[in-house]
Design a binder for this molecule. Structure first.
Ligand code: SF4
Length: 310
């Protein structure tokens, strides 16, 4: 472990990308020959394109980023994109990404998950990722159902919708995901939708630059199983809040705007503060440390301790 007089700690994720001093990457650098398995018209195509576009615009190369995927239709993106990739267990992408970001805070970490896993199997991880303010980006593919397993209702499926698992309409109350996230005192909340690639790319660039946990609610068309929030519905209802003068520094206004989806759906960066230190910046033993945990890994001879059990 190396310490310096400076208390700033290791460099930010984007410092390492810039330090290569090379011309920027291109969309082709993140391309894959693997065939796409998403349905025609799936919103995953747009989010996939926006993710690559954001990385290219930030001059990040595939070997300078870690992309972590949960289980779900979105997770098939792990086969179709360049970069270090990890496809984890259902609902567990957040602790995986948090561990990676803590071990090596010099590379950007982006986690992708769906609304099913994020608000049911993995909801506990989501709570602690927000309140801990780990430094990484979470892209929540919100198609309001479990698409990979053929259209079961999730906690975010609209009230009374008939789904494959609930032919009479879902009996439970729909979880208000944005109200839930804001109740956890987040430091970055944004919302995009899968038909606006340019806006999604801008949101993702801001999220990757954010010095904490960046929550991105990505409304995603699922033409096969989501017959209520279709691409056309999203196109008609979504609007860019910035065009109406929204101030993303105002927590209460951002929360009200995010929650109110009755007639229109506000998109863009809804809330951001960098006044709250990230988790790794609050760790007393790491104050002034300029090396990363990954750099500090070394082989230790444990035989003298094991001898105590002989
Ligand atoms: Fe996309 Fe829905 Fe098809 Fe899954 S089921 S690939 S989310 S359209």
């Amino acid at each position: 472990m190396m310490k310096s007089d400076a208390s700033a700690g290791p460099p930010s994720p984007l410092d390492s990308a810039r330090s290569y001093g090379r011309a920027g990457s291109s969309m082709q650098d993140f391309a894959s020959q693997n065939p796409c398995t998403w349905c025609d018209g799936c919103g995953d195509y747009g989010i996939w394109t926006a993710a690559r576009s954001a990385l290219v615009d930030l001059h990040i190369w595939p070997w300078q980023v870690l992309l972590c995927y949960d289980v779900g239709c979105h997770g098939n993106m792990s086969d179709k994109i360049g970069g270090y990739r990890f496809h984890g267990l259902h609902g567990r992408v957040l602790p995986l990404a948090a561990g990676a970001a803590l071990a090596n805070p010099t590379i950007p970490v982006i986690a992708f998950g769906g609304d099913g896993a994020s608000f049911s199997e993995g909801v506990g991880h989501l709570v602690h990722a927000v309140r801990s303010n780990y430094r990484f980006t979470f892209v929540m593919h919100n198609n309001a159902n479990y698409g990979l397993t053929t259209g079961q209702a999730s906690a975010l499926t609209w009230q009374d919708q008939k789904m494959n698992s609930s032919p009479n309409g879902i009996p439970e109350t729909t979880l208000n995901s944005m109200d839930f996230i804001f109740s956890l005192q987040p430091t970055f909340v944004a919302r995009g939708w899968s038909g606006d690639i340019a806006q999604m790319s801008k949101i993702l660039q801001a999220a990757i630059r954010h010095r904490g946990f960046a929550y991105v609610d990505m409304l995603q068309a699922c033409p096969t199983y989501n017959k209520f929030a279709t691409h056309e519905w999203l196109m008609q209802h979504c609007y860019d809040a910035a065009t109406e003068g929204h101030d993303p520094k105002n927590f209460e206004k951002a929360r009200a705007l995010a929650v109110d989806t009755q007639n229109r759906v506000a998109t863009g960066i809804l809330y951001q503060t960098e006044d709250v230190p990230a988790f790794h910046e609050r760790l007393k033993p790491r104050e002034g440390v300029t090396t990363t945990s990954v750099q500090e890994v070394k082989i230790v001879d444990t035989s003298r301790w094991l001898k105590a059990f002989e």
